[in-house]
Design a protein around this ligand. Structure first.
Ligand code: FAD
Ligand code: DHB
Length: 395
């Protein structure tokens, strides 16, 4: 096979990139190692920056988001005895949208398939060959067991943190910055109306807790747990007890319900640069990971592919590589800003491990930081412009 852009991975990055390319008349083929059903059911992020919403709308996948998504103009920050609201609109003039990654993925898959996009689901043994030559090739074995290969002008590595794209770049050419956090998030999706109108991020001596949502009938909640904890240790009753304790506030009740999904996600900050090697371009989690506090992972993926799409269109349609040559440096500016914000939010809201000799001091610093950010207009503006993504313009 031959195409203009071979895309590895059908997560939000890969799907949106093919959507952007198609709108500009550039052909692509997607290779994904999971089934369509698996990809559509994978529960992950839920908060979109206003700029990410604009990108999805610009490329024709904003209708259901605008009809069913929930616009949030603020967020609650909590510590024992206090719950204070940060007003994004007042602080920085922007909002965010709550709309599940599962729904974005479904909208993108429907849009791509309606356009007769070629997607190889359940491919295995994917490899990228000749990325530093003029004829890069993606090889794989299709779901019927037949070996296949796609020759392309460019390969987009959109295959997430555990994919094959990043390791294709020789280690000596990659620079990695990372931090592993000494905690993880246990997340549940529950069939119960949210007990709050906006998201609550709570610091509690037992650990961080968060209340988010997906719709008027579905809630999404998270608990800080140990990084090596096992989901089998957490019965539904234990999860709801933990959430009730950590989110407790006089005069407010957390409503529980049946859990539809539960899992534990480790937390790390990770940036591998550059995001390009020859004709291989990385986007999204393939190149960088942030801890989930601050909801930046999906938004970064969308910002990357907006930039990458424009650069590939310019090269393929107009023969100019100026945007491609700048892609990595330009994309990394937002990556580092979001990495900083996610680290900052994570550090402010997660309880240090009990064995940390500085724990008492750090907890006091965290409460002081929360008081400051919820009482100083300047500090609230800093949080708001980062959370809504308005701190840097979208490409
Ligand atoms: P991915 O969504 O990882 O997509 C990569 C795709 O490539 C997948 O479909 C994968 O199956 C495919 N693939 C992998 N290897 C290969 C291969 N060898 N060949 C072909 N295909 C391959 N972000 C938030 O903002 N908030 C959250 O609450 C949140 N929760 C998360 C929970 C989990 C468990 C994880 C893993 C991530 C979470 N994130 C969250 C991050 C957010 O979901 C990601 O940033 C986002 O999915 C990035 O999109 P992506 O398309 O770059 O990568
Ligand atoms: C959600 C996830 C996040 O990481 C976050 O900071 C806020 C909300 C969510 O899944 O809804």
């Amino acid at each position: 096979m031959r195409t203009q852009v071979a895309i590895v991975g059908a997560g939000p990055s890969g799907l949106l990139l093919s959507q952007i390319l198609a709108k500009h008349g550039v052909e692509s083929v997607i290779v994904e190692n999971r089934s369509r059903e698996y990809v559509e059911a994978r529960v992950r992020a839920g908060v979109l920056e206003h700029g990410a919403v604009d990108v999805l709308a610009e490329y024709g996948v904003g209708d259901r988001l605008h009809a069913e998504g929930l616009r949030h103009d603020g967020v609650y920050l909590q510590w024992p005895g206090q719950r204070r609201r940060i007003d994004f609109v007042q602080s920085c003039g922007h909002s965010v949208w709550v709309y599940g990654q599962t729904e974005i993925t479904k909208d993108l898959i429907n849009a791509r398939l309606a356009d007769a996009q070629q997607v190889f689901w359940e491919a295995c043994d994917t490899a990228i060959l000749g990325a530093d030559t003029d004829r890069p090739t993606v090889t794989f074995v299709d779901r019927d067991g037949n070996p296949a290969s796609i020759e392309a002008d460019y390969v987009a590595g959109c295959d997430g943190f555990h994919g094959v794209s990043r390791p294709t770049i020789p280690e000596a050419l990659r620079s990695v910055h990372q931090r592993l956090y000494p905690y993880a998030w246990l997340g549940i999706l529950a069939e119960v109306a949210p007990s709050t109108d906006e998201l609550i991020y709570a610091l509690h001596p037992d650990g961080f807790a968060m209340h988010s949502m997906r719709s008027e009938k579905i809630s999404r909640l998270y608990l800080q747990v140990a990084p090596d904890d096992d989901i089998a240790n957490w019965s539904d009753d234990r999860i709801w007890d933990g959430l009730s304790t950590r989110l407790a506030l006089d005069g407010w009740t957390l409503h529980s319900g049946p859990t539809l999904e539960k899992s534990i996600t480790p937390m790390r900050s990770f940036v591998s640069s550059p995001m390009r090697w020859g004709r291989l371009l990385l986007a999204g989690d393939a190149s960088h990971i942030v801890p989930p506090t601050g909801a930046k992972g999906l938004n970064l993926a969308i910002a990357d592919v907006k930039r990458l799409g424009a650069a590939l269109v310019r090269s393929i349609k107009e023969g100019s590589d100026d945007l491609l040559d700048r892609y990595s440096d330009d994309a990394l500016e937002r990556v580092w800003q979001s990495t900083y914000f996610s680290w900052w939010m994570t550090s402010m809201l997660h309880t240090p491990p009990v064995e940390d000799p500085d724990r008492n001091f750090l907890l006091q610093m965290q409460v002081t930081q929360l008081r400051h950010v919820t009482s100083s207009a300047a500090a609230a503006a800093g949080l708001s412009e980062n959370y809504t993504g308005s701190v840097l313009p979208y490409p």
